[in-house]
Write a protein that binds this ligand. Structure first.
Ligand code: FAD
Length: 473
């Protein structure tokens, strides 16, 4: 039997894959709902994701799996997003006309000039690139960095762009440069389409959580999904995991398997290990961090706010980083004649935003949306605030050193496999999280031990995300 820790998309995909092949599996999920970060919350007749989740993949097998699960409930949704800069709303991704009218001819000229300068510089000497700032300036020029990348990434991560590792950004927009970006904007090149610049995406009719729920239904035809089951201890002996202790309805339980797949945050995986791992490993786990998220949903008397998918707010004058109106993703997410808007606040758990009351957060969001001209106070019927502690693994300049110590240790366990965004401490999107679960399920079914292959290489067909609005995915 395989015991899976966490019922986010990675854990569910692993279990679904095992179930389809007749392998016994049990998932332990501490939340009462499955889906993890990709769940959909219901509030009366309104439904919303924890920040809109669009599904994109270039993996046909995965796409077929998702289509099979959702059938006619899988919608193809046009993407239309804007970014708010210097008091202007600019279409994102940029179109040539918008770039000129939105930014002005002079700014557009400076961007191109800057980019040219970087290209000339790099032809003569290869600069040392360690941070997000170094990388973006080298690929896009300094003006573009300051306009589009700096504020937003600093808002998302809460640290200076010069302290964010280039690993993160380079992985996400691998190979994409201003030249390629302009080519896309001008001719929408289709042969070498950059996945995240596509104009449509897939989305379940009842919110992204429907995908997780359909997987849970599939798993439960043969296997078990235990929600409300919080993993407390991971017992091990002689290089093997021997059992898991979890609490459910206030009682302690134990479960044993031959293989264990963990998608819970990697730092928790370390702290729950019993006996405790060596000091050096515990210390490394205390040095890697996750960024948190506060979600504020306002339920409105209004029929509609915008026709947009996402709207990005990089500047510090606006406290949230992004908003979305779920109705524009699927009309079934709001009752007839009503709409709602969801704002994302990136923060740490010791920030005032995280500690603020529900009332204060609702008022803050309403005030700013009113200032921006989207609604009036009288439009707000109700609100809902959610706090998500493990939203983004933080790639600061030191993370890889600490992560290496942790993974070297976890790799010594034959029957423990790490999957998912927080489980692997890797910036995975949904498709990649699912692929990581599927790859490990294949490995388990083939009897391949953890250390026989390095887990980070196991994610098939990594996809390249365009950086800017995708910062907050
Ligand atoms: C705001 C936001 C927007 C995003 N938008 C997009 C998007 O548009 N497109 C896209 O592709 N991706 C997007 N993503 C990324 C996507 O959400 C993740 O890639 C994916 O959901 C990760 O799934 P996972 O299974 O790896 O992790 P998680 O969803 O974190 O699942 C881990 C699970 O483990 C459970 N768990 C934790 N501790 C314990 C414990 N002790 N015991 C038992 N269970 C435990 C958690 O409750 C959770 O259910 C977005 C992410 C965020 C934060």
């Amino acid at each position: 039997m395989t015991v899976i820790l966490g019922a986010g998309l990675s854990g569910l995909s692993a279990a679904a894959w095992l179930t389809r092949s007749g392998h016994p599996a049990t998932i332990l999920e501490k939340n009462i709902k499955v889906g993890g970060l990709a769940k959909t919350i219901t509030h009366g007749n309104f439904h919303f994701d924890l920040g809109g989740h669009r599904f994109l993949t270039s993996n046909q097998q995965l796409q077929a799996f998702v289509s099979d699960l959702l059938g006619e409930d899988l919608l193809s949704v046009p993407r239309k997003s804007q970014i708010y800069i210097a008091g202007k709303y600019i279409d994102y991704p940029l179109t040539p006309l918008n770039a000129v009218f939105g930014l002005g001819l002079a700014k557009t000229g400076t961007i191109l000039l800057d980019y040219g300068k970087e290209k000339v510089k790099s032809a003569f000497r290869s600069a040392q690139i360690t941070s997000l700032e170094d990388w973006v300036v080298s690929q896009f020029g300094r003006t573009m960095f300051e306009l589009y990348f700096k504020n937003y990434s600093e808002k998302v991560w809460g640290i200076a762009s010069s302290d964010i590792s280039k690993d993160w950004v380079a992985k996400r927009i691998d190979g994409l440069s201003l030249g390629q970006f302009i080519r896309h904007a001008l001719i929408k090149f289709h042969q070498h389409k950059v996945k995240t610049l596509t104009d449509t995406f897939l989305y379940p009719r009842m919110g992204i959580g429907q995908l997780a729920e359909r997987m849970a239904d599939l798993i439960q035809t043969e296997n078990t999904v235990r929600t409300g089951a919080a993993v407390e201890k991971i017992f091990h002996e002689q290089g093997r995991i021997t059992s898991i202790q979890f609490s459910h309805s206030g009682e302690k339980h134990s479960i044993q398997g031959n293989n264990y797949i963990s998608s819970i945050p990697i730092t928790q995986c370390i702290t729950k290990m019993t006996p405790q791992p060596p000091d050096e490993v515990c210390k490394a786990a205390s040095k890697i961090h996750f960024r948190s998220l506060v979600i504020v949903a306002l339920f409105l008397k209004k029929k509609s706010l915008t026709d947009l998918t996402w709207m990005y707010f990089p500047e510090n004058t606006v406290p949230f980083g992004r908003i979305h109106e779920p109705k524009n993703w699927s009309p079934d997410l709001a009752p007839h004649g009503r709409s709602h808007v969801v704002a994302e606040y990136f923060c740490n758990t010791d920030d005032p935003i995280w500690q603020s009351s529900t009332k204060a957060m609702s008022e803050l969001t309403t005030d700013h949306l009113e200032k921006l001209g989207f609604l009036g106070k009288g439009d707000v019927l109700d609100s809902c605030v959610l706090r998500i502690p493990y939203a983004y693994p933080v790639f600061d300049l030191q993370y890889s050193r600490h992560l290496q110590i942790i993974t070297d240790y976890l790799d010594t366990f034959d029957n423990l496999h790490l999957v998912g965004r927080n489980g692997m401490f890797s910036y995975l999107n949904m498709d990649q999280a699912m692929e990581s679960g599927i790859a490990v399920a294949e490995k388990v079914m083939q009897g391949i031990k953890n250390k026989e292959t390095f887990w980070a290489d196991e994610v098939p067909t990594p996809c390249h995300q365009f950086l800017q609005p995708k910062y907050s995915s």
